[in-house]
Design a protein around this ligand. Structure first.
Ligand code: SAH
Length: 218
């Protein structure tokens, strides 16, 4: 069956609007971020059996033991990256099903999204094809290494938790750029890194729970 972009019932525009109101109530303030999330149909990124839960504030399985991040954390991370600036050229590590890349595409000039699992990347490709986003490029690559061919990036966002900040990513962050990642193992917290001409600064934020960043491609 063809996936309905517009959605009906629990996947309708109205359900999505309720998700936006919930994000607002939970403290997301940046209207650019809220608008971006309002236009991306999250239900086309999850299995059809789960589509009716796509607009609830929870992570959902996307296969291969991976999950699509919960809407609040997607909004929160992008809001932190976008505070007082444009996203510019953006690198996402861990494209998964492609949802976050679609949200980023509404706000960033260009989005490069890398994924280590070829099977998920195929899913992301198929999902994103429906939305026709000319500024998103997907790559099968190990995010630990970043994406040297397109560096430097104004913005880098990781959708999987690393035990340490990958060195290559620090090098590929533009001066004036910002990176956000879940940092840690069993206990993780969000970490915001800003690069200025003088060097890097790091801010630790709230605890989070992400799947781990894994080296190598499959
Ligand atoms: N942003 C995604 C969330 C996917 S979950 C979405 O919107 O659906 C995190 C993803 O990171 C998983 O798909 C996992 O395979 C991927 N990942 C883990 N380690 C990686 C690495 N080293 N390089 C690239 N992707 C990685």
């Amino acid at each position: 069956m063809k996936r309905e972009l517009s959605g009906i019932g629990m996947t309708s525009q109205r359900t999505r609007a309720r998700m936006i109101e919930r994000l607002r109530a939970e403290g997301i303030r940046d209207e650019r971020v809220l608008s971006a999330m309002a236009v991306v149909p999250r239900h086309i990124f999850v299995e059809e059996a789960l589509a009716s839960r796509a607009y609830e504030d929870m992570a959902l399985p996307i296969g291969l033991k991976q999950t699509i991040s919960q809407p609040f954390i997607v909004a929160r991370m992008i809001e932190l990256l976008a505070a007082g600036r444009e996203l510019g050229k953006t690198l996402e590590i861990g494209a998964g099903c492609g949802y976050q890349a679609a949200v980023l595409a509404q706000l960033a000039k260009d989005v490069y999204a890398v994924e280590r699992l070829a099977q998920l990347l195929d899913k992301a490709r198929a999902n994103l094809r429906h939305l026709r986003l000319p500024n998103v490029r997907l790559k099968h690559a190990d995010g630990y290494l970043g994406l040297a061919e397109a560096a430097p990036f104004d913005t880098i966002i990781l959708a999987a938790a690393a035990g340490h900040v990958p060195k290559a990513l620090l090098g590929q962050l533009a001066v004036g750029g910002r990176m956000i990642l879940p940092l840690g193992g069993a206990e993780q917290s969000l970490c915001l890194i800003e690069r200025s001409a003088r060097g890097y600064s790091e801010t630790r934020l709230e605890p989070v729970r992400f799947v781990p960043l894994v080296a190598g491609v499959e």
